[in-house]
Design a protein around this ligand. Structure first.
Ligand code: GDP
Ligand code: IMO
Ligand code: MG
Length: 453
């Protein structure tokens, strides 16, 4: 017997770079074949863009499955939830005619972001002598600090108004003292905060349940689950470019701890990578390109943060990082997005290896100082200089584009299962073997289209 009773299929979608790989679009496309989409980490620092019939949705906390009728959405215990941001997002979805009631569930064990988390983050980011991470200023880091420090407020506690009042009074006293002493910040009003959060609690209450039970029961009933990663491997608190990372487990392991679904219940991990690379915020980025080529990628890829509007730093595909992401996450299928962004380039450099102090490196450095010494070894790949926008089958891609993808596949050590050729749902190529697995996921049919080569 034991607990490995699940019958439904499961897949984790994970960002293989520094976030913004196009996870939102891919989860939306895949949600056709799954019963539930579950978020497992991060908070409203994420910005997942989905374009359906030319209508744009940017989802921050609510899983992308909400946009697919018949698909349910779960916000797992590993997420940090800003109740105001959640309610605002839900209201906007409702206004857009999206069904939210009865389809979104929020974990009673998720931790709550409170105004003092944002206050402390903003003050600390700008304090002299601190390493400036370039965060999204949403209070994510301080909320996870309180979680790990065992002094956080969970969604279940938010709904318990007596406990909420005591928690806010005590926390405000402590946070106001710290923020005043360290950063000379103005104090926050605990009473006002309590009333705002008590009001939010009432509105959130219908969404709240034990999502670990919900997910495990769904699996036993034969339903399928896709786990929607936020951020990316290189922003993971343990495996990323520390300290220039986010404060959660963005890698596939986070899907297990962040939802309460056991590792034995996970079928496979799908890594999403752009055909090039971007990062937003501070920190090392070995294959970054500044100047006209970087500007071209930014303009063609519309590389501006979905949440903060900040211009994203752009660079070439980094294969050592992709291999590292493959290893850390256990990626078996790779999805390559934004191939169309490379359409005009006469040649496409790809980072195939690293050198530090003139010596070839086989591993990824642990320290920021190590990353900054990296010299990328590039291979120049011939461009195709013709439009791939909206192409839906591999055999319609220009030969150099197919060869570029085959090279990425060989070097990354993972099979390419899908290629994205535009932001829209339909602008997607599926590879046969991946489709075979996918069609089994929920028994719904898509037509097989082509192989990668
Ligand atoms: P996420 O955070 O990983 O979900 O990615 P974001 O939504 O933050 O950023 C990806 C951006 O690229 C969004 O604006 C998408 O609409 C867009 N996008 C996704 N796939 C493609 C593609 O294949 N081609 C183009 N041109 N844009 C894409
Ligand atoms: P999605 O899910 C890209 C970056 C921030 C900053 C660092 C820490 O859309 O891919 P935080 O506010 O999390 O403490 O900021 O992490 N960051 C992201 N970059 N995509 C994201 O999410 C990100 N979420 C956080 O820019 O460098
Ligand atoms: Mg994003």
């Amino acid at each position: 017997m034991g607990w490995n009773l699940k019958k439904g299929k499961t897949a984790i979608i994970v960002g293989a770079q520094w976030g913004d790989e196009g996870k939102g679009k891919i989860v939306d496309v895949l949600s056709e074949n799954f019963s539930i989409v579950a978020r497992y980490a991060g908070g409203h620092n994420a910005g997942h863009t989905v374009i359906i019939n030319n209508k744009k949705f940017i989802l921050q906390l609510v899983p992308c499955g909400v946009l697919r009728s018949g698909c349910r959405s779960v916000i797992g215990n590993g997420v940090v939830l800003d109740p105001m941001a959640f309610l605002k997002e839900v209201a906007a979805l409702r206004d857009a005619g999206v069904k939210v009631d009865g389809t979104i569930s929020v974990s009673n064990r998720a931790h709550v972001i409170l105004p003092y988390h944002r206050m402390i983050e903003l003050a600390a980011e700008n304090a002299p002598g601190r390493v400036k991470i370039g965060t999204t200023s949403r209070g994510i880091g301080p909320a996870y600090e309180d979680k790990m420090g065992r002094r956080g407020l969970r969604v279940a506690d938010l709904l318990d108004l007596k406990l909420l009042k005591t928690h806010i009074e005590n926390a405000c006293r402590e946070k106001n003292m710290i923020a005043h002493a360290l950063f000379n910040s103005e104090p926050l009003d605990a009473d006002k905060m309590y009333h705002e959060y008590a009001d939010a609690a009432e509105k959130i209450s219908p969404f709240v349940c034990d999502t670990a039970v919900l997910l495990n029961q769904a699996l036993v009933n034969g339903e399928s689950i896709v786990f929607e990663g936020a951020q990316g491997t290189m922003l993971d608190i343990d495996h990323g470019t520390y300290p220039f990372v986010t404060s959660s487990s963005a890698t596939s392991g986070g899907a297990v701890t962040g939802t309460g679904v056991a590792p034995t219940a996970i079928d496979l991990v799908i890594g999403v990578t752009k055909a090039y690379c971007t990062r937003v915020g501070g920190g090392p980025f070995p294959s970054e390109v500044e100047g006209p080529n970087g500007d071209l990628l930014r303009a063609r890829g519309n590389e501006y943060g979905a949440v903060t509007g900040r211009p994203r730093r752009c660079g070439w595909l980094d294969l050592p990082l992709l291999r590292y992401a493959g290893m850390i996450n256990g990626i078996s299928w790779l999805v390559v997005t934004k191939l169309d962004v490379l359409d005009e380039l006469p040649e496409i450099p790809v980072c195939v290896g690293y050198k530090i102090d003139g010596k070839r490196m086989g591993t990824i450095p642990a320290q920021d100082s190590g990353y900054r010494k990296i010299e990328c070894i590039y291979k120049n790949w011939p461009g195709w200089r013709t439009s791939t926008l909206g192409i839906t089958s591999m055999d319609k891609l220009p030969k150099p584009a197919r060869e570029y993808l085959a090279f990425v596949e060989r070097e990354s050590g993972a099979r390419i299962g899908m290629v994205s050729t535009g932001p829209g749902r339909e602008q997607t190529i599926f590879v046969d073997e991946f489709l075979i697995w996918l069609n089994g996921a929920a028994g719904k049919g898509r037509q097989a289209k082509a192989r990668v080569q």
